[in-house]
Ligand binder design. Structure first.
Ligand code: MLT
Length: 395
């Protein structure tokens, strides 16, 4: 008798994926190393995962929300799938109106994380839509489209173009993913650069998915934090934002996506998708996210981001002293460095782990143009960051 597995028609597109997702693969290698070397004090600057606890105003708001859930008169069941108005209005006011962008409530979709949003958004495009990513790239854009069987074109982001490539000269692309501040390179697009992309999208009919998960790390007021700061963007761009790196929510989970109604059917389609497949982020979490925008929350979360930016500065300057060529790490939590002699990035990963007990992310994990580069994240304690710099200096 045939087993079920033998007759099931599976999604063959999964065969096109690398065997494992990048960060679990790094985790596996580090666990193996730590098991074999139990005395090694491993410092992790690999996955960009926050290390600082939630700030007091967020903790207070979440405690209060738990208390509300504990009383019959204020208990809440399912909330609005799209998010509570108290959070959506805070987002509209602080993230957008403050920068001259007016959004309606029904253009913002609160979710439980940007990884899900950027992974899921491809569902509203045609099965044979042609995808463009800049390379190196956050692997979720690529893998989620490979799973759906789409073709992907790569646009090289190199030191020569400041890791912010210009749009391609022609059309033929349906959806382009941009990320600024960039993961992994830390490069930030200027208004003029984004304006070029908007003009290209408007001329060719492409839609831009703009991943702004790291916008809170931008300290230069002239750099755009939202793509909607650029004229004409709302007809061609979807924007993804997250509380993960902005307020330490990697374990709490809350994000949102903006799908302007000016994008035509896409707003209603995303709403249909969201309400069908998602039952809303938790009330307690959304209360915590809204507290980010309270007067105390704004001050406290800014100080937390300053802390990570200072880590980035210490890494940047320390590694430069040790002779590394470094990019990023200024308005971003990621540093992008050339491996010594542009050696293969997984070899450098193994060397750094065995000789300095340091974990980073091999550039090759972010795409072909990442080979010869290495990403370090600024998310760790000050003591560990200083120790990491000292260990690298001794290499
Ligand atoms: C990263 O390290 O690239 C990010 O933390 C991954 C993520 O946000 O999913």
């Amino acid at each position: 008798m045939l087993s079920c597995a033998a007759v099931t028609r599976i999604n063959e597109n999964y065969q096109k994926l690398k065997a494992g997702y990048l960060f679990p693969e790094i985790g596996r290698r580090v666990r193996e190393y730590a098991k074999a070397n139990p005395d090694a004090k491993v410092i992790r600057l690999g996955i960009g995962d926050v290390t600082e606890p939630l700030v007091p105003s967020i903790v207070r708001a979440m405690h209060e929300a738990v208390d509300e859930m504990a009383r019959r008169d204020s208990f809440k069941g399912y909330g609005p799938e799209q998010g509570y108005d108290f959070l959506i209005d805070a987002i509209r006011e602080h993230d957008y109106a403050s920068r001259g962008v007016s959004l309606d409530r029904d253009e913002i979709f609160v979710s439980d994380g940007s990884k899900c949003d950027v992974g899921n958004v491809q569902e509203i495009f045609a099965n044979d839509a042609k995808i463009l990513v800049t390379d190196p790239v956050y692997p979720v854009y690529v893998d989620s489209n490979l799973m759906a069987g789409r073709e992907i074109a790569y646009l090289e982001a190199t030191a020569a173009n400041g890791f912010v490539p210009a749009p391609p000269s022609g059309g033929g692309i349906d959806v382009a993913y941009l990320c600024s501040p960039n993961n992994p390179t830390g490069a930030v697009a200027t208004k003029a650069q984004l304006a070029q992309w908007i003009a290209w999208a408007r001329a060719t009919g492409a839609v831009i998915i703009f991943d702004a998960a790291y916008e809170a790390y931008i300290r230069d007021p002239d750099l755009p934090r939202s793509i909607y700061e650029i004229d004409g963007a709302r007809e061609v761009a979807i924007e993804v934002r997250s509380f993960s790196k902005r307020a330490g929510f990697t374990g709490v989970r809350c994000a949102f996506m903006v799908v302007p109604k000016a994008l035509g059917p896409l707003n209603a389609m995303w709403s249909r998708r969201h309400t069908t497949k998602f039952n809303g982020a938790s009330y307690i979490v959304q209360r915590g996210a809204a507290a980010v925008y309270s007067p105390d929350g704004l001050v406290e979360t800014r100080a937390q981001i300053d802390f990570y930016l200072e880590n980035a500065r210490i890494l940047r300057e320390g590694l430069a002293k040790s002779g590394f060529t470094i990019f990023g790490g200024v308005h971003a939590p990621y540093l992008w460095l050339e491996t010594p002699g542009r050696q293969p990035s997984w070899d450098f990963f193994d060397q750094l782990l065995s000789k300095a007990h340091l974990v980073g992310t091999p550039g090759a994990g972010f795409g072909p143009s990442g080979e010869g580069y290495f990403r370090l994240s600024a998310y760790n304690s000050r003591a560990n960051v200083e120790e990491a710099v000292a260990r690298i200096a001794k290499l």
